[in-house]
Design a protein around this ligand. Sequence first.
Ligand code: SF4
Ligand code: SF4
Length: 308
Amino acid sequence: MKSELEKVAIEYGDRVKVISIEHLKELNDIIDNFKEKAELNNFQKWIINKLYQFETPEYDYKVNSIILLAIHHPFYAKVDFHKDGEKKTFFSLVRSDFNKAEDYLRKYVEEKGYSIKPAKNLPLKRLGAHSGLAKYGRNNITYVDGLGSNFSYAAYFSDMICEEDTWGEVKNAEVCNKCNLCIEKCPTGAILKDKYLINNKKCLSYINEGPGKFPAWIPATAHHTLYDCLICQRTCPMNYEQLDNFIESISFTEEETNMLLKGEPIETFSTESKRKIYMLGLDDWYKAIPRNLKTLFELENLINTSVN
Ligand code: SF4
Ligand code: SF4
């Protein structure tokens, strides 16, 4: 049976789990054990050794739980750019509305006499998968029933008590046992046949969110988004119900397009331009956007890859 909080989250299009804080130490041990056994590249080691934090913070309340939200977002947006009098349309990912989600969660817990504080640097996908909220796909992305992969996690330390402990082994999606679609479609060969950990250094999202020129081995046709990559998620049967969940009406004028191509500081954009930039999450990878957008324009001129 769904808890009251789970029903609230569903009303907002999201999902939630309250996880007993006792599992944080267990999760630390699981990650330590994983680190010993798995063959990890330097980036993956950095994430585990430097980024993740497993300490329970001390607040003016006793931390009893981690509240994990899966906050929905549209699958993608088709974004119009205007340049030299012509309109080109490219894909972008869309940011979840973290503020709105935090507001309704805070209102709910405070009305019950509890508190929340954001929990940073936790391994959120692992938390999601152990808590029963999500399951892993072969592409190392987690999927939530009713949302597919179209959500972002946010976690909070709270004094709220976990009333139903659903913690368990990580679940991999059963559908993956008879499916190879993401492996076949991944343009960079990043998804591995024998494990659910991808070669993240070959993943387009790792490459197009970082600095520098694109490596020559990436096929030109791989580039299709302003940042990140949508190919394995659009291919995945677990997202078929999400395919129509996209935004079609975002447009950057010629002036805005030129400013983005030049990487002009975000504060110099108009309020309306900034709203679009934040909504699409371009600010998270802003240094990469001029190169990525330029690449999409160049490709479009070469092979007509723009979204129709
Ligand atoms: S495309 Fe198929 S194998 Fe890949 S994550 Fe989705 S269901 Fe699993
Ligand atoms: S996000 Fe793109 S590049 Fe990365 S594994 Fe999926 S299809 Fe491959």
